[in-house]
Design a protein around this ligand. Structure first.
Ligand SMILES: Cc1ncc(COP(=O)(O)O)c(C=O)c1O
Length: 450
């Protein structure tokens, strides 16, 4: 039976009247369809419901709308591009904006991370990076390097590669045997040692040494790459402990293993720099990106490779394809146009620097919630906060789910949840007053679900 919703008399149908056909991703569909949270439009820091109620965006959409919503220059660029060139084949042909965007992204990335492969999402970016890593060893005559190392609690999207190296049980357990030859580092989080830390925790760098144990177990000659998020976002905001990424880099260097930073969330200003690699002064071999590259306006993702990795493929007869990989919509013209306009905005409005400058105030505002009922831990880094709530006896996630619902319906605030953790990661255009507003609303909600 289709669920029917009333159509506004104005005739302007702004909400669907049949909720049944759409199978929502990562959403409890039945609960949602009984009490939908619908969004009709957005501008800058706000969403608006079909009834016109404003909802302050505490989550940059889904960690992606870093420049805020419906920014005029991005909208104009997409419109103009749609009129000029809707699509050009991605294989064997190209259009000018793909080169332009690649060089702009390369210029933002540190060191010799300057070859850019485009795809359409974070999941595709991860699978692309894993494939480049495997193929890189293969073309260099080290084809036995096939193992991939991820980390417990890591989130790398939903492709088979991504869920194999990922470390979130529900994303894995339903989907068969996954990739073979995958091992995992331990998660870097320990509440006992790290509770209520602003920024990178002091405790935990030694957990990188587990990579050496894994190398000893499997032998370096069988390991292609290690993939980690510099800050694990989707699992509840886990910043890397101080010195952890440096240690991973050193062990990878020692053994010829590629280091991949999954910067799908941390890329484009979230931690106050274009990429977290810059914040930490650690240069990975491959960087994945998505989300913020177009501020969420058009789907796009990609992989940035260090120059020697690209060069390793550029051999053999010139007319042969060097990497048998790509997507119909790699470097889609609309995404490239949106990406260029977005990068202009980031530069012209100094949004990465703005995030860096706001970090202490954001962290203080988050930590002020420390003594509210049921708060077990708060973590912050860049313009990101994770707040762990005590789980209810009737089920993990129930308290945070109610908090998210109340935030949306009662407080006019969008928050993210994972388990019983609330995550906040507003657009980088957030004002100081709006940071106060976000955490005031979160405090209200935490009290309400106590
Ligand atoms: C670190 C990381 N990698 C990959 C992904 C997957 O991105 P997408 O949902 O665009 O496939 C995400 C999404 O949140 C992410 O946080």
């Amino acid at each position: 039976m289709a669920t029917m919703m009333s159509i506004p008399k104005s005739g302007a149908v702004r909400q669907p009247n049949d909720l049944e056909s759409y199978w929502l991703p990562f959403t409890p569909n039945r609960a949602f369809k009984r009490a939908p949270r619908l969004i009709a439009r957005a501008k800058d820091m706000h969403y608006f419901t079909p009834e016109g109620r404003a909802v302050l965006d505490g989550t940059a959409g889904l960690w992606c709308s870093n420049a805020g919503h419906n920014r005029d220059p991005i909208v104009a660029a997409i419109k103009q591009q749609a009129e000029e060139l809707d699509y050009a084949p991605a294989f064997q042909f190209a259009h000018a904006k793909s080169f332009e965007l690649a060089s702009r992204v390369a210029a933002l990335a540190p060191a010799d991370l300057d070859r850019v492969f485009f795809c359409n999402s974070g999941s595709e970016a991860v699978d692309t990076a894993l494939k480049i890593a495997l193929a890189y060893h293969n073309v260099r005559g080290e084809g036995a390097r096939t193992r991939l190392i991820g980390r417990e609690r890591g989130y790398h999207g939903v492709g088979f590669g991504g869920i194999s190296v990922g470390g979130i049980v529900n994303n894995r357990k339903f989907f068969g045997t996954l990739l073979t030859g995958v091992d995992h580092l331990p998660a870097t989080y320990s509440r006992e040692h790290q509770a209520f830390t602003k920024g990178e925790p002091e405790w935990g760098a030694h957990l990188a040494d587990e990579l050496q144990r894994i190398v000893t177990l499997h032998d370096a000659s069988t390991i292609a790459a290690v993939i980690v998020e510099p800050m694990a976002g989707s699992t509840g905001v886990l910043p890397a402990p101080k010195g952890y990424l440096e240690r991973l880099r050193a062990i990878c260097d020692r053994h010829g293993i590629l280091l991949i930073f999954d910067e799908v969330i941390t890329g484009f200003g979230r931690l106050g720099y274009a990429f977290a690699a810059e914040r930490y002064g650690v240069i990975p071999d491959l960087v994945t990106f998505a989300k913020g590259v177009t501020s969420g306006s058009v789907p796009m993702g990609g992989v940035i490779a260090r120059q020697p990795i690209y060069d390793a493929f550029m051999r053999g007869p010139e007319q042969t394809i060097e990497l048998f990989h790509g997507y119909t919509y790699s470097a889609h013209p609309l995404a490239c146009a949106a990406g260029l306009a977005t990068l202009d905005l980031y530069r012209d409005e100094g949004l990465f620097e703005r995030a860096r400058a706001l970090e202490p105030l954001f962290a203080d505002a988050a930590m002020a919630l420390k003594n509210l009922p049921g708060v077990l831990d708060i973590r912050t880094v860049g313009l990101t906060a994770g707040i762990d709530l005590a789980s209810r006896p009737d089920g993990v996630g129930a308290r945070a789910y109610e908090a998210m619902n109340r935030a949306f319906h009662d407080e006019g605030l969008m928050v993210r949840t994972t388990g019983d953790t609330l995550a906040l990661c507003p657009p980088l255009v957030v004002s100081e007053a709006q940071i106060g507003e976000i955490f005031d609303k979160v405090a209200q909600v935490i009290r309400a679900v106590a």
